[in-house]
Design a protein around this ligand. Structure first.
Ligand code: ATP
Ligand code: MG
Ligand code: MG
Length: 388
């Protein structure tokens, strides 16, 4: 389809699903990550790079083999990427290194959104990680408030809920010497997300607005479309598109949002890559988020409607499969139950099982959300999911 080779920084499950989408189009992908990482396991046609996406020499090795560089994780070494860009001016890098840099620091990301008139929760940088400073933020914001690591955050592991003044010291103990910022508490009624893909010529296409349900800060379920009135879904689409338009460059972005009790929408954060809330697109949409990203960075056609649900009655639920807390491989029992019923597709990432690690996901697609829910209840052997 395209003679250009795509190098991917990161070989986790997102990379693996990018490889899958690219190989259907006969586009060659080269992965930079540790040996035998999930994305490498399913792509033996390339000579991959064993190394790290935070290491300059490794990124150079990847660049030497490719024409386009992209990422499946935002925690890459941006300075190294910029040096690589100077060394290999013919290589296209998407998202732009400056976009990754801005998004990597969640506080700079917030400031960027404010400058671009995108609504976000009020936040403040923590200049000194001291009890005095956090207590004064508590007085200003009220309790609870959210203390967040500005960098290297994922699955809520850089977040601490400061419930009362008494939690200030615990918060500092937990987040130690990390660069921090504080965010006003958002009493959301739902969390919504929209995948948005931007073409090389700057056109943006939004996937449907979905609802994400977290457990212990990790995405547990995604409902597509979101169970909200159409005006809210539409508002979320516009907000997500505007958020993505504020960055130059192309590719897929995941936009996480909070729906507040007064129906106001705030952007929580943005990911400059495929996103967990978009896994449902593989089975429920005309084109998956992974193929959309490949098409965008390879400058392939992206026709109107390619991000839509397959039919007007398509409904989907995505269930994340996490490693069991005590019994290794116990998560496979859930996958086995999913294999017993139609309309459920199992994706396993080829990782060694570990407590709470994202091991795979299941997409349930049907013509009604009730039917998806009853299949989910069967898979999880838990009738309470009929109501959730
Ligand atoms: P991800 O894995 O999505 O990158 P992360 O570590 O970057 O996660 P956030 O998205 O900032 O973390 O927060 C994780 C979850 O914590 C949110 O999805 C939401 O449920 C909750 N949360 C975050 N910020 C707030 C807030 N200001 N008020 C209330 N809840 C919040
Ligand atoms: Mg995040
Ligand atoms: Mg998040």
């Amino acid at each position: 389809m395209d003679s250009k080779r795509i190098g991917i920084l990161g070989g986790g499950q997102l990379g693996r699903m990018l490889v899958e989408a690219a190989s259907r189009l006969n586009i060659q992908t080269v992965i930079l990550d540790a040996a035998n990482s999930p994305a490498k396991q399913i792509n033996a046609t390339s000579d991959h790079v064993d190394g790290s996406f935070t290491n300059y020499e490794s990124i150079v090795k990847l660049a030497e083999k490719t024409d386009i560089l992209t990422v499946e994780i935002e925690h890459v070494d941006v300075a190294a990427l910029k040096k690589v860009q100077e060394k290999f001016p013919h290589i296209e890098i998407y998202p732009f290194p400056d976009t990754i840099k801005l998004i990597q620091d969640k506080y700079l990301q917030k400031e960027h959104f404010i400058q671009n008139h995108i609504d976000v929760a009020e936040s403040v940088a923590v200049l000194n990680n001291t009890e005095e400073e956090l207590s004064s933020i508590g007085e200003k914001f009220g309790y609870p408030f959210m203390l967040k690591s500005r960098t290297l955050a994922y699955d809520g592991r850089g977040n601490f809920v400061v419930k009362t003044k008494e939690y200030v010291s615990k918060a500092l103990e937990f987040l130690k010497d990390r660069p921090l910022y504080a965010e006003k508490w958002c009493p959301f009624t739902k969390e919504l997300a929209v995948m948005v893909v931007r073409s090389i010529d700057g056109e943006v296409f939004a996937y449907p607005t979905v609802e994400t349900i977290h457990q212990n800060n990790v995405c547990h379920l995604v409902y597509a479309p979101a169970r909200v009135v159409p005006t809210i879904a539409e508002k979320a689409t516009i907000l997500a598109k505007n958020a993505v338009k504020s960055f130059p460059g192309c590719g897929i972005f995941g936009v996480e949002m909070f729906l507040l009790p007064n129906n106001e929408l705030l952007v929580n954060e943005i990911a400059p890559r495929p996103h967990n809330s978009g896994h449902y697109t593989i089975d429920a949409c005309v084109t998956s988020q992974f193929e959309a990203h490949i098409r965008a960075v390879a400058n392939l056609p992206m026709p109107k409607g390619f991000t839509e649900l397959t039919t007007t009655s398509t409904n989907a639920i995505m269930l994340n499969i996490l490693g069991d807390k005590t019994v290794p491989d116990k998560e496979l029992e859930i996958c086995r139950r999913a294999l017993e019923i139609p309309h459920a597709s199992v994706y396993l990432y080829g990782k060694t099982t570990r407590a709470d690690r994202k091991m795979g996901h299941i997409n349930i697609v049907s013509s009604s959300i009730q039917d998806c829910q009853s299949r989910l209840a069967y898979i999880l052997d838990d009738e309470s999911y009929l109501e959730k």
